[in-house]
Design a protein around this ligand. Structure first.
Ligand code: ATP
Ligand code: MG
Length: 229
């Protein structure tokens, strides 16, 4: 059974006459442990697709199935549960909370879970070190550069040990060297724990280093290429 399956995924914004069709019937199957790059021009529907897959948005038509479960049959509480336990998000605009420190931001996805706090903190510290920001734990977002905020957002997406990570341009603001480091981190987690990654990127060189590249154009999936390792 695929980890993620989209069937005729369609999203309209606004009214039928003046509105926009952001997704026009996307079909896609992704297996557990695949690392997939999502490419396509600005406005092609990439963020909309991620928002639907991450259960942040209801599609206008079609279905999102996660591990065979049709998300459309779940109530809001069940959707929230799935999001907080199974899915990691890296948003296009980071969405870090300005009043919280880097450490607090990383721990944020665990705020409603009952797990061991000390273990969570140790994991957050390890993630901070992995993104190269061990000495920035107590900085607030305004005291961090754009690329540093992005790295905090990546660490945050991994804190709940998700089985699916959705990244919207997670390496958009960093230099090549840092981008290599971050891709390396995601790849390691991908291989070690068989975590599925769906990563939007404009960087075609980066896209070429994944397992599979899908392309959206005007809300349609126009290519799906498996790449040699
Ligand atoms: N809330 C909204 N209301 C109306 N139209 C929207 C809304 N959000 C997105 N759109 C439109 O839907 C289309 C797809 O938007 P989306 O954000 O998914 O694109 P994208 O591929 O992520 O682009 P980018 O690379 O610029 O982030 C665009 O034409 C956009 O203008
Ligand atoms: Mg976008």
């Amino acid at each position: 059974m695929p980890a993620m399956r989209l069937e005729g995924l369609t999203k309209h914004y606004g009214d039928p006459v003046h509105g926009v069709t952001a997704l026009a019937g996307v079909d896609l199957k992704v297996d557990q442990g695949e690392f997939v790059a999502v490419v396509g021009r600005s406005g092609s529907g990439k963020t909309t697709m991620l928002d639907c897959v991450g259960l942040l948005m209801q599609p206008s038509a079609g279905r999102v199935l996660l591990d065979g479960v049709d998300a459309g049959t779940l109530n809001e509480r069940q959707r929230a549960e799935l999001r907080s336990h199974r899915i990691g998000f890296i948003f296009q605009e980071f969405n870090l909370l300005p009043t919280m420190t880097a450490m607090e931001n990383i721990l944020l996805p665990l705020r409603y879970s009952k797990g061991d706090r000390r273990a969570a903190r140790a994991r957050a510290e390890a993630l901070l070190a992995e993104v190269g920001l061990a000495d920035r734990a107590n900085h607030r977002p305004t005291q961090l550069s754009g690329g540093e905020q992005q790295r905090i957002a990546i660490a945050r997406s991994l804190i709940n040990q998700p089985s699916l990570v959705l990244g919207d341009e997670p390496m958009g603001e960093v230099d090549t060297e840092t981008s290599d480091l971050l891709l390396g981190l995601m790849r390691r987690i991908n291989l070690e724990s068989s975590v599925t990654f769906l990563i939007v990127t404009h960087d075609l060189e980066l896209a070429a280093r994944t397992d599979r590249q899908i392309r959206l154009r005007d809300g349609h999936l126009v290519s799906d290429e498996r790449l040699a390792a």
